[in-house]
Design a protein around this ligand. Sequence first.
Ligand SMILES: NC(=O)c1ccc[n+]([C@@H]2O[C@H](COP(=O)([O-])OP(=O)(O)OC[C@H]3O[C@@H](n4cnc5c(N)ncnc54)[C@H](OP(=O)(O)O)[C@@H]3O)[C@@H](O)[C@H]2O)c1
Length: 247
Amino acid sequence: MDTLTGKIALVTGGNSGIGYATAKELKRQGAQVIITGRRKTAVDQAAAELGVTGIVADQGQLAAVEKLAAAVQELYQTIDILFINAGILEGASIEQATEDVFDRVMNVNFKGAYFTLSRFIPLLNDGGSVVFLSSNTASMDGANSSIYSSSKAALNAVMRIAAVELASRQIRVNSVSPGPTQTEILTKAGYSSEQLKQLDQWMLDRIPLKQIGKAEDVGKMVAYFSSDAARFITGAELIMDGGMSLK
Ligand SMILES: NC(=O)c1ccc[n+]([C@@H]2O[C@H](COP(=O)([O-])OP(=O)(O)OC[C@H]3O[C@@H](n4cnc5c(N)ncnc54)[C@H](OP(=O)(O)O)[C@@H]3O)[C@@H](O)[C@H]2O)c1
C-alpha cells in the first residue's frame, strides 16, 4: 500500500514503542518521516534503522518545541502529518502526589503536546492531519493514575477544540487511545521485570480480548487517520484497548 506518498510526517517520541512503529508504518505507506526523542543515541539509532530524519527535542520544554519547529521548517518547509505521541507515565495516589511528578508528567504529556500543536499549526499544509496519542485511561478511573489520566483527558479536550479551529483549512484533528500496549514505557517508569509480569497478568484479567496491544496496531490506526480514507473524520477519539474500558 502506498497511500501517503508525497506526505511529510513528524512523529514526536519516535525512537521507541508506538512512535517507532508508527514512523515505520508511515514510511512504509510512502511518507517522508521525521522522528524526535530526548536521547540522542536512541534517536540516531532509530533514524538510521528506519531511514528517516531524527531530531533531538524535549517536548517538555517550550523553547525546544519552538526550536524543533524552526528546524523542521528549514529542512522541509511544511508538513502534512503531525503525530503528537511523546509521553511518559508516572503514577501516584492523589494523597501522595508531589509537585515534581505533577510537573514532569504534565509538562511532557499535556503542555508539551499542546505547544507542539500550537507551534506546528503554521507549518501544517491545508488538508493535513493531526493525531494525538491519548490513552484509554483518559476515560477510566484507575487508582494512582490521576495525573497521567488527566494529562490525556486534557489532550482529548484540546483535540476536539483544535478540530473546530482548524476545520476551515481542512486540517483534521483526532486522537487514538490505546490500552496496555507492549512498549518500553513501563520499564522507563521503573518497573522491574517481575513487577511487569504481574502487571501484565493484572491487565490481561481486565481486558476482554485477553491480549496486550501491539505498537504496530496503533501505528496502522494512526496511518489510517492520517490518510485520505479518513477525510471525513475529525474531532474523534478512537479507543483501542481490547474492550478494557467497557463497563
Ligand atoms: N504503552 C502503553 O501501554 C500506552 C498506552 C496508552 C497510551 N500510551 C502513550 O503512548 C505514547 C508513546 O508511549 P510508548 O508506550 O510507545 O512508550 P515508549 O516506548 O517509552 O516511547 C515514548 C517515546 O516518547 C519519547 N519521549 C518521552 N518523553 C519525551 C520528551 N520530553 N520529549 C521528547 N520525546 C519524549 C521517548 O523518547 P526518549 O526515551 O528518548 O525520551 C520515546 O521515543 C505516550 O504518550 C504514552 O502515554 C502508551
